[in-house]
Design a protein around this ligand. Structure first.
Ligand SMILES: [Zn+2]
Ligand SMILES: [Zn+2]
Length: 332
């Protein structure tokens, strides 16, 4: 399964690289406009014109800036949306391919039934129309405009004399870009990651359910390495019945290993794995407070909760320390 994970990560990296590269184009176009507006403000200030929000709103260059933000980010949002959906189709196919390999690796010689193409299409498109993906991309352009406007007006409000204004405007292109970046680029990346992995495990589930005579159920497996978070460690080894949805946090890379007929269903839990690790490993994974509770016997699964998000579906959420017991009484 390490090879499967590497394959998934490689594909994901390509999509993320593309999202970031496309975003740079947006960013540099906007930076040019920003510099123009900044120069205009500086010139007005040194000519003694009082510069305020109203004055700014009348400037053609400023309006051009906002409209460019909308056009550029809007275009970015649409092309990212297409890219993300294509990636979902790809990971759905990978989920089926990897699922087949896993069943075969368990010694099943019989050829497996495929996921009927209509079911596959339904699975891929369940992420399309009216899905949170495109909805999130929709709001991206308007959020970016709001971020640009806010950053600009804040900069204006900070300026007391032309020199201060110049100084406060100088870093503005960067300021606006980073505000826009947070609201646009990072969101695109997260959507791409999360959706692709959900599509991947949905496809694995569908394949296993199609072959219910051989695959009895499946089990959540995580990498159990230095980068696996404690929620995923807690989920590792959890048995999933056909048709049951799996709870995961955004960006989770857990997969579903099949359990086939005639084989012992022994999958040790992530909890057991973490308890067998050195204290330093446990501490790194949990942080000081949770580590202390874990050592006192609090199981990982008591440190997070399952939530059913109306848009994103079944998810996992870490419980804040305030909701964890302050001390754990030793059991048995
Ligand atoms: Zn995780
Ligand atoms: Zn996970």
């Amino acid at each position: 399964m390490a090879r499967h994970r590497r394959q998934l990560i490689r594909g994901e990296r390509q999509v993320v690289d593309r999202l970031v590269r496309d975003y740079r184009v947006v960013e540099s176009a906007i930076s040019l406009r920003l510099a123009e507006v900044a120069r205009e403000i500086e010139a007005a200030r040194s000519a003694g014109v009082p510069v305020g929000a109203k004055w700014l709103a009348r400037r053609e260059r400023y309006r051009q800036l906002l409209s460019d933000v909308e056009t550029q980010v809007g275009r970015y949002a649409r092309s990212s949306g297409r890219l993300v959906l294509a990636r979902r189709r790809e990971t759905s196919a990978l989920g089926i391919e990897h699922g087949r390999e896993l069943v075969k690796a368990l010694g099943i010689r019989r050829s497996l039934a495929g996921v009927p193409s209509r079911a596959f299409e339904a699975m891929v498109s369940q992420f399309e129309d009216g899905s949170p993906v495109l909805g999130l991309f929709d709001g991206m352009a308007s959020d970016a405009i709001a971020a640009a406007r806010r950053a600009f007006l804040d900069g204006i409000a900070l300026g007391k004399n032309p020199r201060d204004v110049a100084r406060s405007l100088a870093p503005l292109p960067g300021l606006v870009s980073s505000a826009v970046r947070r609201s646009a680029r990072d969101r695109a990346v997260l959507i791409a990651r999360d959706g692709a992995m959900r599509a991947y495990t949905s496809a694995q589930s569908a394949l296993y359910a199609e072959n219910a005579d051989v695959v009895l159920r499946s089990v959540v497996v995580s990498a159990l390495d230095g980068r696996t978070c404690y929620l995923c460690v807690g989920q590792h080894g959890r048995v999933v019945e056909h048709g049951e949805s799996i709870h995961r946090h955004p960006g989770c890379r857990c997969a579903l290993r099949p359990i086939v007929a005639g084989m012992p269903e022994t999958v040790s839990s992530g909890e057991e794995w973490l308890r067998s690790q050195a204290e330093a490993v446990q501490l790194a994974k949990l942080g000081r407070s949770r580590f202390a509770l874990f050592r006192a016997g609090l199981p990982l699964r008591a440190m997070y909760e399952e939530v059913d998000h109306p848009k994103w579906g079944p998810g996992l959420r870490a419980l804040p320390l305030s909701r964890l017991p302050s001390r754990v009484s030793p059991s048995g």
